[in-house]
Design a protein around this ligand. Structure first.
Ligand code: EPU
Length: 418
């Protein structure tokens, strides 16, 4: 297995371009199951998760073509199957995103039930309850979700928690249901809004996306469209922290600060400068930051996907900070590895109490989750000496060419092939 090797201590300076958003790409790719005709998506990141969703879709009959620069052509005019098998769903839980569109278009779906993962149990009960409200019959058998319907009908759905992929699944299903659907307490993440924009371009009638109530007037058919993927706000945030932990100055291109207010404001509160630029943002971290408290929340709150990365910054801050994780029950996998690098962190229930230290020291580390792995790379950039991050396949799921981008900013970082 590949490793990332970092000689820490370099100040990162220069320009970097953020790739298209992983968590926007996955649902808009799944939406190809709903449309007749060839859809064109631009700015698609080259990631393992994107390859996995392509495999899931190809299995269902979607024709997929690609050019070199991140443009994908997806044609789901003729669906041939309705199954997402265990071997694919187990490698990527977001494969569940095909459930809603399949039930709506093919009137049946047979999807492996995603299990828990390193960060939590991650149930999909709200996806299933919502689909039942829309008129799907659902049974769980032999580890699979079997869903069928004679035709979906609009309904009022209240989500107990604002689930991101749950909202996306239900919005896609409701787009082809008969009548009006209202989803209350839904997720307001920019990626949900992005999916609604794509569906509306295909002919759907969706309003309210980006707020906590979405209204969908079902239509009979959806057709082809063309769309460019929004920048990845988590990748952009990761570069901001890279500037913070190395006391660097990074011009982050293709970054939408409007999607990142919670992160940018926390970094400013800690003493970093986060400035708008014409094509993105600039992150400057020229002094030791001060500690701030952080609580992860659904959007527009502080994203759980940035919790591990900002923790690295806090390990190097002046003073004591408390980071509370309220979205996933087990998302502190990085803590024990950061402690091996010299961080002073204590975990009590869902809070990490971090006593800032003056420096970290390089060590061999690994993590079993994407964002935790990114945090270890950040720690390695700041640490004195050599850090080796193994299980790099987690990073490859969600960061495009991370080591190349960091090296272009002056980091001493390389991938060692297995
Ligand atoms: N939940 C339920 N029941 C459900 C669905 C969710 O109780 O049916 C709970 C979860 O257990 C969790 C909370 O609701 O406590 C929120 O989970 P959510 O469903 O919103 O997460 P998700 O849709 O599975 C997406 C992102 C994650 C990101 C979370 C939270 C995609 C493909 N994935 O997951 O991204 O952490 O929202 O913002 O959009 C990542 O990119 O590293 C990643 C994990």
């Amino acid at each position: 297995m590949d490793k990332i090797v970092i000689e820490g201590g370099e100040r990162l300076v220069g320009e970097v371009t953020v790739s298209g958003s992983k968590n926007a790409t996955l649902p808009i790719f799944a939406s190809s199951l709903l449309a007749e005709g060839e859809i064109r998506f631009h700015g698609v990141p080259d990631l393992r998760d994107v390859k996995t969703i392509c495999q899931v879709l190809k299995n269902l009959g979607v024709k997929i073509g690609q050019d070199q620069r991140g443009t994908y052509l997806l044609d789901g005019t003729q669906l041939l199957g309705h199954e997402a098998p265990y071997n694919l769903v187990k490698t990527m839980r977001a494969s569940i995103l095909v459930l809603g569109p399949l039930v709506a278009r093919a009137k049946r779906a047979f999807i492996s039930l995603p299990g828990g993962c390193a960060i939590g149990a991650r149930p999909v009960n709200l996806h299933l309850k919502g689909l039942q409200k829309l008129g799907a019959e659902i049974q769980l058998r032999h580890g699979y979700i079997e869903a069928k319907t004679k035709g979906l009908r609009g309904a009022n759905i209240y989500l107990d928690v604002p689930t991101v992929t749950g909202t996306e699944n239900l919005m896609m299903a409701a787009a082809l249901a008969k009548g009006e659907t209202v989803i209350e307490n839904c997720a307001a993440e920019p990626e949900v809004l992005e999916l609604a924009k794509v569906l509306n371009k295909m002919g759907a009638k969706i309003s309210g996306a980006g707020s906590n109530i979405i209204r969908i007037r079902g239509v009979k058919r959806l057709t082809a469209t063309e769309h460019s993927v929004i920048p990845d706000r988590i990748e952009a945030g990761t570069f901001m922290i890279a500037a913070g932990v190395t006391k660097g100055n990074i011009h982050i291109r293709n970054c939408n600060l409007d999607h990142m207010e919670a992160v940018a404001n926390k970094l400013r509160e800690a003493g970093m400068e986060i400035l708008p630029e014409d094509d993105g943002a600039r992150a400057i971290g020229n002094k030791r930051v001060k500690s701030v408290d952080i609580k992860t929340l659904p959007y527009p709150g502080f994203p759980t996907d940035m919790q591990a990365q900002i923790m690295v910054l806090m390990t190097l801050a002046k003073g004591l900070s408390v980071i509370s994780e309220t979205i996933f029950e087990n998302r502190f996998i990085h803590v024990s590895e950061l402690k091996r690098m010299g961080a002073d962190i204590k975990v009590e229930r869902n809070s990490a109490i971090i006593n800032g230290v003056k420096g970290l020291s390089g060590a061999p580390v690994m993590a079993t989750d994407l964002r935790a792995s990114a945090s270890l790379v950040l720690a390695g950039l700041a640490a004195e000496g050599k850090t080796e991050v193994s299980r790099v396949y987690h990073l490859d799921r969600g960061y495009e060419k991370l080591e190349e981008k960091l090296a272009s900013l002056g980091a001493h970082i390389r991938r060692v092939k297995a």
